[in-house]
Design a protein around this ligand. Sequence first.
Ligand code: GMT
Length: 378
Amino acid sequence: MKIGIVCYPTFGGSGVVATELGLELSRRGHEVHFITYSQPVRLELIGSNLHFHEVNVPEYPLFHYQPYELALSSKLVDMVKLHKIDVLHVHYAIPHAYAAYMAKKMLHEEGIEVPIVTTLHGTDITLVGSHPFYKSAVTFSINKSDAVTSVSQNLKDDTMRLFNIKRDIDVVPNFIDLEKHDFHFTDCQRELMAEPHERIMTHISNFRPVKRIRDIIQVFYKIQKEMPAKLMMVGEGPEKEPAEMLCEKMGIADKVIFFGNSSEIDKILCFSDLFLLPSETESFGLAALEAMASGVPVISSNTGGIPEVNKHGVSGFLSEVGDIDDMTSNALYILKDEKRLAEFKKNAIEESKRFNIHEIVPMYEAIYERALANCISI
Ligand code: GMT
């Protein structure tokens, strides 16, 4: 099959999922075309059945906002025609599903029918999409897609609750390539980061307010009072600088390392003892799954789709959003006992196997087949 993938090419979870999906589809013999404004960060290899087409939006002084969705829909039309793409899979509803609908309509005028598969990732529904500014267009694009998937049952429920949806949504959870995490790192150079007796806690995100970065610092502050510990903060975003200032103020700056965006996530997880994810809302929590696959137990909030990933008392613990004390005592419970930590690490790997790439990607293939067979003509 020839599959066009549209996504945000950045470090965000939706872009990572879209890229890993495209890579796996190409390994499974499909021809994959990434169509986006820059090369996705995890797309390292351009092979004979893996292509990247850049969407350009030239600056023009008249435009207060550059019309990206217009450029994207034109590019989609051109690429579908040029490469005979069978199906377009768009990740993140805004504005991708809308642009894909316009492309589909333009292609229809030329006698070409191409089905649109839309994957909802979370903030396109919970934080941004349901805002009155976007709601009508998001509802329209979801209803007009040939197939819609969501990354968790919780996100499907939210979508049904927040929008007037007249169609079914398939739940296709995010996935993990276990072989990648099945460690090649025999020595992850832990000694460069911490003393042997120190525990290492890690957080990875885009440092947006929804991640509740302050909670992480507060939980860590309480932990390091009880036992020697270090905190690794990985990623870039608006909350990073305030977090650095808070660490200074609390007198723990020498114990907290801010990495910025990193392409060495595997290495960082390899020497981590615990992963912290206290988010306000989280449709799935891909970063938590990546941690679990690397044998890192997760201390998280119990919001959104996280409970579908992190199993309370098994791969880690869940707490109410903002319950710093509960998160701290759960973390200490795991960290203070060597045997218990080893047990949670083992469980985390076991639980991550429910999201094996080789079982999840065929679900998308089946959806593409179904969308092709039942492509809505417009
Ligand atoms: O987590 C983020 O802020 C990035 C965001 C995105 O759109 O890239 O992530 C969303 O999609 C991920 C992949 O499906 C999910 O694992 C994240 O839980 C989800 N984020 C939120 O719902 C806040």
